[in-house]
Design a protein around this ligand. Structure first.
Ligand code: FAD
Length: 412
Protein backbone atom coordinates (compact mmCIF):
# COMPACT_ATOMS: atom_id res chain seq x y z
CA UNK A 1 0.00 0.00 0.00
CA UNK A 2 1.19 3.49 -0.86
CA UNK A 3 2.21 6.04 1.75
CA UNK A 4 -1.19 7.30 3.07
CA UNK A 5 0.01 10.89 2.69
CA UNK A 6 -0.14 10.35 -1.06
CA UNK A 7 -3.21 8.14 -1.33
CA UNK A 8 -6.23 9.68 -3.02
CA UNK A 9 -8.45 9.72 0.06
CA UNK A 10 -5.74 10.34 2.69
CA UNK A 11 -5.78 8.29 5.89
CA UNK A 12 -8.89 7.78 8.04
CA UNK A 13 -11.31 7.75 5.11
CA UNK A 14 -14.05 5.11 5.41
CA UNK A 15 -13.10 2.81 2.52
CA UNK A 16 -14.98 -0.43 1.97
CA UNK A 17 -13.16 -3.75 1.67
CA UNK A 18 -13.83 -3.74 -2.09
CA UNK A 19 -12.42 -0.21 -2.47
CA UNK A 20 -9.26 -1.17 -0.54
CA UNK A 21 -8.78 -4.19 -2.76
CA UNK A 22 -9.23 -2.19 -5.97
CA UNK A 23 -6.84 0.51 -4.78
CA UNK A 24 -4.17 -2.06 -4.01
CA UNK A 25 -4.59 -3.58 -7.48
CA UNK A 26 -3.89 -0.17 -9.03
CA UNK A 27 -1.04 0.55 -6.62
CA UNK A 28 0.57 -2.73 -7.69
CA UNK A 29 0.50 -1.95 -11.43
CA UNK A 30 0.86 1.84 -11.05
CA UNK A 31 4.65 2.11 -10.89
CA UNK A 32 4.91 0.21 -14.21
CA UNK A 33 2.44 2.68 -15.75
CA UNK A 34 4.47 5.61 -14.42
CA UNK A 35 7.65 4.16 -15.93
CA UNK A 36 6.00 3.90 -19.37
CA UNK A 37 4.22 7.29 -19.24
CA UNK A 38 7.09 9.32 -20.71
CA UNK A 39 7.26 7.01 -23.74
CA UNK A 40 3.56 7.34 -24.58
CA UNK A 41 3.85 11.09 -24.12
CA UNK A 42 6.90 11.39 -26.36
CA UNK A 43 5.42 9.21 -29.12
CA UNK A 44 1.79 10.39 -28.63
CA UNK A 45 0.97 6.68 -28.62
CA UNK A 46 -1.79 4.78 -26.84
CA UNK A 47 -0.91 2.99 -23.56
CA UNK A 48 -1.72 -0.53 -24.82
CA UNK A 49 0.59 -2.16 -22.26
CA UNK A 50 -1.28 -0.44 -19.41
CA UNK A 51 -4.60 -1.67 -20.79
CA UNK A 52 -3.22 -5.21 -21.04
CA UNK A 53 -2.31 -4.99 -17.35
CA UNK A 54 -5.67 -3.51 -16.38
CA UNK A 55 -7.42 -6.24 -18.38
CA UNK A 56 -5.39 -8.94 -16.61
CA UNK A 57 -6.17 -7.37 -13.22
CA UNK A 58 -9.93 -7.38 -13.96
CA UNK A 59 -10.19 -3.59 -13.98
CA UNK A 60 -11.91 -3.27 -17.36
CA UNK A 61 -15.13 -4.56 -15.76
CA UNK A 62 -14.80 -2.11 -12.84
CA UNK A 63 -18.19 -0.44 -13.37
CA UNK A 64 -20.02 -3.42 -14.84
CA UNK A 65 -22.69 -4.43 -12.28
CA UNK A 66 -21.87 -7.57 -10.30
CA UNK A 67 -24.85 -9.49 -11.72
CA UNK A 68 -23.20 -9.14 -15.14
CA UNK A 69 -19.84 -10.40 -13.87
CA UNK A 70 -18.18 -7.03 -13.14
CA UNK A 71 -16.86 -5.37 -9.98
CA UNK A 72 -20.00 -3.26 -9.53
CA UNK A 73 -18.17 -0.01 -8.75
CA UNK A 74 -20.40 2.98 -8.08
CA UNK A 75 -19.37 6.55 -8.91
CA UNK A 76 -17.47 6.95 -5.63
CA UNK A 77 -15.49 3.72 -6.10
CA UNK A 78 -14.81 4.50 -9.76
CA UNK A 79 -13.59 8.01 -8.86
CA UNK A 80 -11.18 6.80 -6.17
CA UNK A 81 -9.79 4.09 -8.48
CA UNK A 82 -9.52 6.50 -11.41
CA UNK A 83 -7.67 9.13 -9.34
CA UNK A 84 -5.28 6.43 -8.17
CA UNK A 85 -4.51 5.58 -11.81
CA UNK A 86 -4.13 9.33 -12.47
CA UNK A 87 -1.26 9.53 -9.96
CA UNK A 88 0.73 7.25 -12.27
CA UNK A 89 -0.36 8.06 -15.83
CA UNK A 90 -2.79 10.84 -16.71
CA UNK A 91 -3.48 9.62 -20.25
CA UNK A 92 -4.31 6.14 -19.00
CA UNK A 93 -6.67 7.51 -16.35
CA UNK A 94 -8.36 9.86 -18.81
CA UNK A 95 -8.96 7.17 -21.42
CA UNK A 96 -10.02 4.74 -18.70
CA UNK A 97 -12.68 7.31 -17.82
CA UNK A 98 -14.19 6.97 -21.31
CA UNK A 99 -14.17 3.18 -21.03
CA UNK A 100 -15.41 2.89 -17.45
CA UNK A 101 -18.23 5.39 -17.97
CA UNK A 102 -19.39 3.41 -20.98
CA UNK A 103 -20.36 0.77 -18.41
CA UNK A 104 -21.19 3.01 -15.42
CA UNK A 105 -23.86 4.97 -17.30
CA UNK A 106 -25.76 2.02 -18.86
CA UNK A 107 -25.17 0.16 -15.58
CA UNK A 108 -25.76 1.49 -12.08
CA UNK A 109 -26.68 4.99 -13.24
CA UNK A 110 -29.38 3.82 -15.68
CA UNK A 111 -30.99 1.79 -12.87
CA UNK A 112 -31.95 5.11 -11.24
CA UNK A 113 -33.71 6.47 -14.32
CA UNK A 114 -37.34 6.19 -15.37
CA UNK A 115 -38.07 3.81 -18.23
CA UNK A 116 -41.25 2.20 -19.47
CA UNK A 117 -41.32 -1.56 -18.93
CA UNK A 118 -40.65 -2.04 -22.68
CA UNK A 119 -37.62 0.28 -22.49
CA UNK A 120 -36.35 -1.45 -19.36
CA UNK A 121 -36.65 -4.87 -21.04
CA UNK A 122 -34.86 -3.59 -24.15
CA UNK A 123 -32.13 -2.04 -22.03
CA UNK A 124 -31.58 -5.28 -20.06
CA UNK A 125 -31.27 -7.22 -23.31
CA UNK A 126 -28.84 -4.85 -24.97
CA UNK A 127 -26.64 -3.87 -22.03
CA UNK A 128 -25.99 -7.56 -21.44
CA UNK A 129 -24.34 -7.63 -24.89
CA UNK A 130 -22.00 -4.73 -24.03
CA UNK A 131 -21.14 -5.97 -20.53
CA UNK A 132 -20.36 -9.48 -21.83
CA UNK A 133 -17.92 -8.04 -24.36
CA UNK A 134 -16.11 -6.13 -21.63
CA UNK A 135 -16.07 -8.85 -18.98
CA UNK A 136 -15.54 -11.92 -21.16
CA UNK A 137 -13.71 -10.58 -24.22
CA UNK A 138 -11.83 -7.71 -22.55
CA UNK A 139 -13.31 -5.20 -25.00
CA UNK A 140 -12.51 -1.49 -24.58
CA UNK A 141 -15.13 1.21 -25.21
CA UNK A 142 -14.53 4.88 -26.05
CA UNK A 143 -16.88 7.89 -25.72
CA UNK A 144 -16.58 10.20 -28.72
CA UNK A 145 -19.22 12.89 -28.16
CA UNK A 146 -17.53 16.15 -29.25
CA UNK A 147 -18.27 17.61 -32.67
CA UNK A 148 -16.92 21.14 -32.48
CA UNK A 149 -20.47 22.50 -32.19
CA UNK A 150 -22.61 23.47 -29.18
CA UNK A 151 -23.79 19.84 -28.85
CA UNK A 152 -21.11 18.51 -26.49
CA UNK A 153 -21.78 21.50 -24.21
CA UNK A 154 -25.38 20.23 -23.99
CA UNK A 155 -26.82 23.22 -25.86
CA UNK A 156 -27.85 21.73 -29.23
CA UNK A 157 -28.68 18.34 -30.80
CA UNK A 158 -25.70 16.29 -31.99
CA UNK A 159 -25.03 16.68 -35.70
CA UNK A 160 -24.14 13.02 -36.07
CA UNK A 161 -27.39 11.44 -37.24
CA UNK A 162 -28.78 7.91 -36.95
CA UNK A 163 -31.56 6.90 -39.33
CA UNK A 164 -33.76 3.92 -38.41
CA UNK A 165 -33.65 1.08 -40.91
CA UNK A 166 -34.74 -2.52 -40.72
CA UNK A 167 -32.80 -4.27 -37.92
CA UNK A 168 -30.70 -1.29 -36.91
CA UNK A 169 -29.51 2.21 -37.67
CA UNK A 170 -27.44 3.98 -40.31
CA UNK A 171 -25.04 6.52 -38.82
CA UNK A 172 -23.55 9.54 -40.61
CA UNK A 173 -21.41 12.24 -39.06
CA UNK A 174 -18.12 13.10 -37.46
CA UNK A 175 -16.61 13.27 -33.97
CA UNK A 176 -13.53 15.26 -33.00
CA UNK A 177 -11.19 14.55 -30.07
CA UNK A 178 -12.10 10.86 -29.98
CA UNK A 179 -9.80 9.55 -27.25
CA UNK A 180 -8.76 5.90 -27.80
CA UNK A 181 -9.08 6.39 -31.57
CA UNK A 182 -7.66 3.31 -33.25
CA UNK A 183 -7.40 1.55 -29.90
CA UNK A 184 -11.02 1.05 -28.81
CA UNK A 185 -12.97 -2.04 -29.84
CA UNK A 186 -16.20 0.01 -29.71
CA UNK A 187 -16.97 3.73 -29.86
CA UNK A 188 -20.02 4.81 -27.82
CA UNK A 189 -21.28 7.55 -30.12
CA UNK A 190 -23.93 10.10 -29.21
CA UNK A 191 -26.14 10.90 -32.19
CA UNK A 192 -29.54 12.37 -32.91
CA UNK A 193 -32.35 10.38 -34.43
CA UNK A 194 -32.64 11.49 -38.03
CA UNK A 195 -36.16 12.85 -38.41
CA UNK A 196 -37.76 16.26 -39.04
CA UNK A 197 -37.18 18.74 -36.17
CA UNK A 198 -34.00 17.33 -34.63
CA UNK A 199 -34.28 17.30 -30.84
CA UNK A 200 -31.84 16.75 -27.94
CA UNK A 201 -34.54 14.54 -26.44
CA UNK A 202 -33.94 12.08 -29.29
CA UNK A 203 -30.25 11.60 -28.48
CA UNK A 204 -29.17 8.02 -29.13
CA UNK A 205 -26.12 6.36 -27.60
CA UNK A 206 -24.74 3.71 -29.97
CA UNK A 207 -21.73 1.39 -29.86
CA UNK A 208 -19.95 1.48 -33.21
CA UNK A 209 -17.44 -1.37 -33.70
CA UNK A 210 -13.89 -0.21 -34.34
CA UNK A 211 -13.73 -2.29 -37.53
CA UNK A 212 -17.15 -1.30 -38.93
CA UNK A 213 -17.24 -0.57 -42.67
CA UNK A 214 -17.94 3.15 -43.00
CA UNK A 215 -15.72 4.21 -40.10
CA UNK A 216 -12.58 6.23 -40.88
CA UNK A 217 -10.08 7.75 -38.46
CA UNK A 218 -8.55 10.97 -39.76
CA UNK A 219 -6.29 13.87 -38.78
CA UNK A 220 -3.09 13.90 -36.80
CA UNK A 221 -2.60 14.06 -33.04
CA UNK A 222 0.24 16.23 -31.79
CA UNK A 223 -1.16 18.19 -28.81
CA UNK A 224 0.30 19.99 -25.79
CA UNK A 225 -0.71 17.36 -23.23
CA UNK A 226 -2.58 14.11 -22.66
CA UNK A 227 -0.77 12.88 -25.73
CA UNK A 228 -1.29 9.20 -24.94
CA UNK A 229 -5.07 9.61 -25.35
CA UNK A 230 -4.65 9.65 -29.17
CA UNK A 231 -7.81 11.68 -29.67
CA UNK A 232 -8.15 11.85 -33.47
CA UNK A 233 -11.26 12.45 -35.61
CA UNK A 234 -13.82 9.75 -36.45
CA UNK A 235 -15.90 9.96 -39.62
CA UNK A 236 -19.02 7.80 -40.07
CA UNK A 237 -20.28 7.33 -43.63
CA UNK A 238 -23.48 5.29 -44.07
CA UNK A 239 -22.34 3.10 -41.21
CA UNK A 240 -24.81 0.37 -40.23
CA UNK A 241 -25.15 -0.78 -36.63
CA UNK A 242 -27.67 -3.40 -35.46
CA UNK A 243 -30.38 -2.61 -32.91
CA UNK A 244 -28.32 -4.10 -30.08
CA UNK A 245 -25.71 -1.35 -30.57
CA UNK A 246 -27.92 0.82 -28.33
CA UNK A 247 -26.22 1.54 -25.01
CA UNK A 248 -29.29 3.30 -23.63
CA UNK A 249 -32.86 3.37 -24.98
CA UNK A 250 -33.94 6.37 -27.01
CA UNK A 251 -34.35 9.47 -24.79
CA UNK A 252 -32.66 7.98 -21.74
CA UNK A 253 -29.30 9.70 -22.26
CA UNK A 254 -31.14 13.04 -22.26
CA UNK A 255 -32.84 12.09 -18.99
CA UNK A 256 -29.50 10.98 -17.47
CA UNK A 257 -27.82 14.27 -18.42
CA UNK A 258 -30.52 16.29 -16.68
CA UNK A 259 -31.20 14.07 -13.64
CA UNK A 260 -27.76 12.57 -12.84
CA UNK A 261 -25.44 15.59 -13.26
CA UNK A 262 -22.50 13.95 -11.46
CA UNK A 263 -22.10 11.71 -14.51
CA UNK A 264 -20.12 14.61 -15.97
CA UNK A 265 -17.69 14.82 -13.04
CA UNK A 266 -15.97 11.59 -14.00
CA UNK A 267 -13.10 13.29 -15.86
CA UNK A 268 -12.00 15.12 -12.74
CA UNK A 269 -10.50 12.16 -10.78
CA UNK A 270 -7.74 11.94 -13.41
CA UNK A 271 -6.70 15.48 -12.55
CA UNK A 272 -7.07 14.91 -8.79
CA UNK A 273 -4.49 12.13 -9.29
CA UNK A 274 -2.19 14.43 -11.27
CA UNK A 275 -2.35 17.06 -8.50
CA UNK A 276 -1.36 14.46 -5.89
CA UNK A 277 1.49 13.24 -8.10
CA UNK A 278 2.85 16.80 -8.52
CA UNK A 279 2.74 17.39 -4.76
CA UNK A 280 4.36 14.05 -4.01
CA UNK A 281 7.12 14.71 -6.55
CA UNK A 282 7.83 18.14 -5.05
CA UNK A 283 8.21 16.79 -1.51
CA UNK A 284 10.53 14.03 -2.69
CA UNK A 285 12.54 16.37 -4.90
CA UNK A 286 13.09 18.95 -2.16
CA UNK A 287 14.09 16.15 0.21
CA UNK A 288 16.63 14.93 -2.38
CA UNK A 289 14.84 11.59 -2.76
CA UNK A 290 13.83 11.45 -6.44
CA UNK A 291 15.42 8.32 -7.94
CA UNK A 292 17.94 9.08 -10.68
CA UNK A 293 18.74 12.59 -9.38
CA UNK A 294 21.64 13.58 -7.10
CA UNK A 295 20.66 13.46 -3.39
CA UNK A 296 20.74 17.24 -3.05
CA UNK A 297 18.39 18.57 -0.37
CA UNK A 298 16.61 21.87 -0.94
CA UNK A 299 14.09 21.66 1.86
CA UNK A 300 15.94 23.97 4.28
CA UNK A 301 15.06 27.17 2.37
CA UNK A 302 12.05 29.01 3.84
CA UNK A 303 10.78 29.91 0.36
CA UNK A 304 10.62 26.18 -0.53
CA UNK A 305 8.74 25.46 2.67
CA UNK A 306 6.21 28.19 1.92
CA UNK A 307 5.73 26.91 -1.63
CA UNK A 308 5.10 23.38 -0.37
CA UNK A 309 2.71 24.74 2.24
CA UNK A 310 0.79 26.63 -0.46
CA UNK A 311 0.62 23.48 -2.55
CA UNK A 312 -0.56 21.45 0.40
CA UNK A 313 -3.32 23.94 1.25
CA UNK A 314 -4.53 23.90 -2.35
CA UNK A 315 -4.33 20.12 -2.54
CA UNK A 316 -6.34 19.64 0.66
CA UNK A 317 -8.96 22.19 -0.43
CA UNK A 318 -9.29 20.31 -3.70
CA UNK A 319 -9.39 16.87 -2.09
CA UNK A 320 -12.00 17.99 0.47
CA UNK A 321 -14.37 19.12 -2.28
CA UNK A 322 -13.65 15.98 -4.32
CA UNK A 323 -14.58 13.67 -1.45
CA UNK A 324 -17.62 15.78 -0.52
CA UNK A 325 -18.86 15.65 -4.09
CA UNK A 326 -18.70 11.85 -3.99
CA UNK A 327 -21.14 11.93 -1.05
CA UNK A 328 -23.53 14.08 -3.09
CA UNK A 329 -23.65 11.99 -6.28
CA UNK A 330 -27.13 10.57 -6.89
CA UNK A 331 -30.17 10.92 -9.12
CA UNK A 332 -32.04 14.26 -8.74
CA UNK A 333 -29.55 15.87 -6.35
CA UNK A 334 -30.70 19.04 -4.57
CA UNK A 335 -29.64 22.38 -6.00
CA UNK A 336 -26.75 22.96 -3.60
CA UNK A 337 -25.25 19.56 -4.49
CA UNK A 338 -25.52 20.31 -8.22
CA UNK A 339 -23.79 23.66 -7.79
CA UNK A 340 -21.15 22.02 -5.58
CA UNK A 341 -20.49 19.50 -8.36
CA UNK A 342 -19.74 22.35 -10.80
CA UNK A 343 -17.59 24.03 -8.14
CA UNK A 344 -15.68 20.80 -7.55
CA UNK A 345 -15.02 20.17 -11.22
CA UNK A 346 -13.84 23.76 -11.63
CA UNK A 347 -11.61 23.53 -8.55
CA UNK A 348 -9.98 20.23 -9.48
CA UNK A 349 -9.29 21.24 -13.07
CA UNK A 350 -7.90 24.68 -12.21
CA UNK A 351 -6.04 23.68 -9.03
CA UNK A 352 -4.36 20.65 -10.60
CA UNK A 353 -2.72 22.95 -13.11
CA UNK A 354 -1.89 25.54 -10.46
CA UNK A 355 -0.31 22.94 -8.17
CA UNK A 356 1.83 21.76 -11.11
CA UNK A 357 2.80 25.39 -11.82
CA UNK A 358 3.88 25.91 -8.22
CA UNK A 359 5.74 22.59 -8.29
CA UNK A 360 7.84 23.60 -11.28
CA UNK A 361 8.51 27.06 -9.89
CA UNK A 362 9.78 25.78 -6.58
CA UNK A 363 11.62 22.67 -7.76
CA UNK A 364 13.40 24.75 -10.37
CA UNK A 365 14.99 24.29 -13.79
CA UNK A 366 15.99 20.65 -13.50
CA UNK A 367 12.41 19.65 -12.72
CA UNK A 368 11.21 20.76 -16.14
CA UNK A 369 13.57 18.47 -18.00
CA UNK A 370 11.81 15.68 -19.85
CA UNK A 371 13.78 13.11 -17.89
CA UNK A 372 11.52 13.90 -14.91
CA UNK A 373 7.69 13.65 -14.84
CA UNK A 374 6.81 17.16 -13.65
CA UNK A 375 6.76 18.94 -16.99
CA UNK A 376 4.42 16.22 -18.36
CA UNK A 377 2.14 16.56 -15.32
CA UNK A 378 2.08 20.30 -15.97
CA UNK A 379 1.11 19.88 -19.63
CA UNK A 380 -1.42 17.12 -18.93
CA UNK A 381 -3.01 19.14 -16.13
CA UNK A 382 -3.74 22.04 -18.52
CA UNK A 383 -6.19 19.89 -20.51
CA UNK A 384 -8.76 19.26 -17.76
CA UNK A 385 -10.38 22.70 -17.83
CA UNK A 386 -11.02 22.37 -21.59
CA UNK A 387 -13.13 19.26 -21.50
CA UNK A 388 -16.81 19.52 -22.34
CA UNK A 389 -19.51 19.52 -21.20
CA UNK A 390 -18.17 20.90 -17.91
CA UNK A 391 -15.22 23.07 -18.94
CA UNK A 392 -13.97 25.49 -16.29
CA UNK A 393 -15.74 28.32 -18.13
CA UNK A 394 -19.02 26.44 -18.41
CA UNK A 395 -18.91 25.50 -14.72
CA UNK A 396 -18.72 29.19 -13.82
CA UNK A 397 -21.42 29.94 -16.36
CA UNK A 398 -23.75 27.35 -14.81
CA UNK A 399 -23.02 28.31 -11.19
CA UNK A 400 -23.66 31.99 -11.88
CA UNK A 401 -26.90 31.38 -13.73
CA UNK A 402 -28.33 28.67 -11.49
CA UNK A 403 -27.41 30.55 -8.30
CA UNK A 404 -29.31 33.62 -9.46
CA UNK A 405 -32.28 32.07 -11.27
CA UNK A 406 -34.68 29.36 -10.11
CA UNK A 407 -35.98 27.03 -12.86
CA UNK A 408 -38.40 28.88 -15.13
CA UNK A 409 -37.44 32.36 -13.92
CA UNK A 410 -36.66 35.11 -16.44
CA UNK A 411 -36.22 38.86 -16.37
CA UNK A 412 -38.79 41.26 -17.81
C1 FAD B 1 -6.95 15.46 -24.20
C2 FAD B 1 -8.36 15.57 -24.62
C3 FAD B 1 -9.12 14.41 -24.79
C4 FAD B 1 -10.45 14.49 -25.19
N1 FAD B 1 -11.18 13.35 -25.35
C5 FAD B 1 -12.48 13.42 -25.69
C6 FAD B 1 -13.28 12.25 -25.85
O1 FAD B 1 -12.82 11.12 -25.67
N2 FAD B 1 -14.58 12.39 -26.21
C7 FAD B 1 -15.13 13.60 -26.42
O2 FAD B 1 -16.31 13.66 -26.72
N3 FAD B 1 -14.40 14.74 -26.31
C8 FAD B 1 -13.10 14.66 -25.94
N4 FAD B 1 -12.36 15.83 -25.83
C9 FAD B 1 -12.95 17.08 -26.29
C10 FAD B 1 -13.38 18.03 -25.20
O3 FAD B 1 -14.36 17.46 -24.37
C11 FAD B 1 -13.95 19.28 -25.87
O4 FAD B 1 -15.01 18.95 -26.71
C12 FAD B 1 -12.95 20.01 -26.67
O5 FAD B 1 -11.80 20.26 -25.90
C13 FAD B 1 -13.60 21.31 -27.10
O6 FAD B 1 -12.73 21.97 -27.94
P1 FAD B 1 -13.24 23.18 -28.88
O7 FAD B 1 -12.06 24.05 -29.06
O8 FAD B 1 -13.92 22.65 -30.06
O9 FAD B 1 -14.28 23.84 -27.94
P2 FAD B 1 -15.37 24.93 -28.26
O10 FAD B 1 -16.70 24.25 -28.44
O11 FAD B 1 -14.90 25.87 -29.31
O12 FAD B 1 -15.39 25.67 -26.89
C14 FAD B 1 -14.29 26.45 -26.43
C15 FAD B 1 -14.64 26.92 -25.03
O13 FAD B 1 -15.78 27.78 -25.12
C16 FAD B 1 -16.68 27.50 -24.07
N5 FAD B 1 -18.01 27.16 -24.61
C17 FAD B 1 -18.32 26.19 -25.49
N6 FAD B 1 -19.65 26.16 -25.73
C18 FAD B 1 -20.19 27.16 -24.99
C19 FAD B 1 -21.50 27.65 -24.81
N7 FAD B 1 -22.54 27.11 -25.46
N8 FAD B 1 -21.67 28.69 -23.95
C20 FAD B 1 -20.62 29.23 -23.29
N9 FAD B 1 -19.34 28.82 -23.45
C21 FAD B 1 -19.13 27.80 -24.28
C22 FAD B 1 -16.13 26.34 -23.29
O14 FAD B 1 -15.58 26.81 -22.07
C23 FAD B 1 -15.03 25.77 -24.14
O15 FAD B 1 -13.91 25.38 -23.38
C24 FAD B 1 -11.02 15.76 -25.43
C25 FAD B 1 -10.26 16.93 -25.27
C26 FAD B 1 -8.96 16.85 -24.86
C27 FAD B 1 -8.17 18.11 -24.68
Amino acid sequence: MTDPRYSVTGSNYPLTEKQRELISIVEAIGPGMAARAAGYDREASFPFENYAEMRKAGLLGLCVPEEFGGRGADLRTYSIVSATIGKYCGATALTFNMHACSTLWPGILADDLDMTSAQRAEHEKYRKVHFKRVVEDGAVYAQPFSEGSAAAAGKAPFGTLAAKVDGGWVVNGRKIFASLSGAANYYGVLCTEDKPDLSMRDTLYMAVPGDAPGLTITGDWDPLGMRGTVSRTLVFKDLFVPDDAAMMPRGVYFQAASRWPHMFTTLSPTYMGIAIAAYEFTVKYLRGEVPGTPPVKRRMYPTKQIAVAEMFVKLEQTRALFLRMLDDARVDPPKDARLRAYATQYTIMENANDICRLAIRTCGGQSMLKSLPLERLYRDSRCGALMLPWTAELCLDRIGREALYEPGEADD
